[in-house]
Design a protein around this ligand. Structure first.
Ligand code: ADP
Ligand code: MG
Length: 373
């Protein structure tokens, strides 16, 4: 138990998980330098837990006595929150466990969720340090909102797939390759994605596969456009338990109400449930925290390097969808399936590499809770 650390837990204390290796390896000093005093002054009791290895946080959260904790907050990149979300969903009491308020302080090189909640708060884009302070301030206020999660099925056994939960993105092709290759530029922090993009542009290639999705029907779509106070929001989590899965096993054809994309040559496929893919990549401008939508973007093969570069530059301002690129398709969906034709490649979920192969996902509106606003 954590008593070996000599910590006496006050009820409703925040468990603050720090990955000391995230970003430029400065998460702990960023925390003590910028956030700790803010939390103390706001009277937010917290217990620091420094992760010792990959999946440490996932295991801790899977076993933790959650009644002790008012919130689980991570100070890292998106990867550590991915561990926490999946640790909670792997518990027998996952329905209760996923109600635990989550929080994020950007300390990594990929801080997409932090950038998204900063954006939802109505603030203008800021530097990395200011983003941290902004998120620290939101944490002190402690207002909780509902957040969408997607369930993801993948792996070599179609009848018994690996199940993951995702709060941010599912990527294949150019974006996933950049995610992985840019790991070696992590010492430059958030700029790693820009560098990775430029390097990858030089070796632009085509990715083959079949893409299908369940479109959002018009009536649904209007409901989703309601104000945040709409009744739908309060009952959003119930739909997860009551509705049957939209996904059929990966070795069966997609249901007849799905759209199968006619093209099979792509440059990228990106499914987003939040607005930002990274601090300066405003990939899904329409997305809100709990709209219950997957914002699907794909780029067909045939796009020139210049046009693709222009698209990524426009993404900084979120104007890429208005660019009318004939190669870019944007659509709002409930579920999707991707079947890559090659046996090797990269798929990322929330920026983390997962097993390569057929993958499908479905969004669950508002089933998690996040400290935000
Ligand atoms: P970044 O944005 O810098 O990549 P992440 O939070 O995404 O930061 O963390 C990167 C990876 O490190 C994730 O896969 C995470 O699970 C893993 N990780 C977490 N804690 C540790 C640790 N103590 N040592 C090594 N890896 C860790
Ligand atoms: Mg990461």
């Amino acid at each position: 138990s954590s008593s070996r650390r000599g910590v006496v837990h006050r009820p409703c204390s925040v468990m603050l998980l720090v990955n000391p290796h995230s970003g430029k390896g400065q998460a702990l000093s960023l925390f003590t330098g910028h956030v700790q005093r803010m939390l103390n002054e706001a009277g937010v009791p917290h217990t620091l837990v420094i992760t010792e290895r990959q999946n440490h946080a996932r295991e801790l959260v899977r076993e933790a006595d959650l009644s002790q904790w008012g919130a689980l907050v991570i100070m890292s990149g998106d990867g550590l929150l991915f561990e926490v979300v999946n640790g909670l969903m792997e518990r027998e009491d996952w329905e209760e466990a996923i109600q635990t308020p989550l929080g994020i302080l950007p300390g990594g090189s990929g801080n997409a969720l932090a950038a998204s909640i900063h954006h939802y708060s109505g603030a203008q884009p800021v530097s990395s340090e200011e983003l941290l302070i902004s998120c620290g301030f939101l944490l002190c206020k402690g207002l909780v909102s509902r957040m969408d999660l997607a369930s993801v099925h993948l792996g070599s056994s179609p009848s018994n797939p690996t199940r993951l939960f995702s709060f941010l993105s599912l990527a294949w092709g150019f974006v996933a390759d950049v995610d992985v290759e840019s790991e070696k530029y992590r010492h430059v922090g958030a700029a790693r994605f820009t560098m990775g993009t430029l390097v990858r542009l030089a070796s632009l290639r085509v990715y083959k596969g079949r893409l299908a999705y369940l479109p959002v029907d018009e009536v649904d779509g209007e409901e989703d456009g309601q104000s945040p106070d709409s009744p739908r929001q309060n009952t959003a989590h119930l739909t997860f338990h009551n509705s049957h899965s939209l996904l059929v096993p990966l070795d069966q054809p997609v249901p007849s109400d799905w759209v199968v994309v006619p093209e099979e040559d792509f440059v990228l496929m990106l499914a987003m449930y939040q607005s930002h893919l990274a601090k300066d990549l405003y990939a899904a401008p329409d997305s809100t925290l709990d709209d219950g939508l997957i914002h699907l973007i794909y780029v067909r093969a045939g796009i020139s390097r210049t046009a693709l570069l222009r698209l990524f530059l426009a993404m900084e301002k979120g104007t890429h969808l208005a660019n009318n690129s004939p190669h870019l398709v944007y659509t709002r969906v409930r579920a999707l399936r991707l079947e890559p034709y090659s046996s090797k490649g990269v798929i990322t979920v929330d920026g983390e590499v997962v097993e390569y192969g057929p993958v499908q996902a479905q969004v669950h509106g508002g089933i998690a809770r996040l400290i935000t606003r």
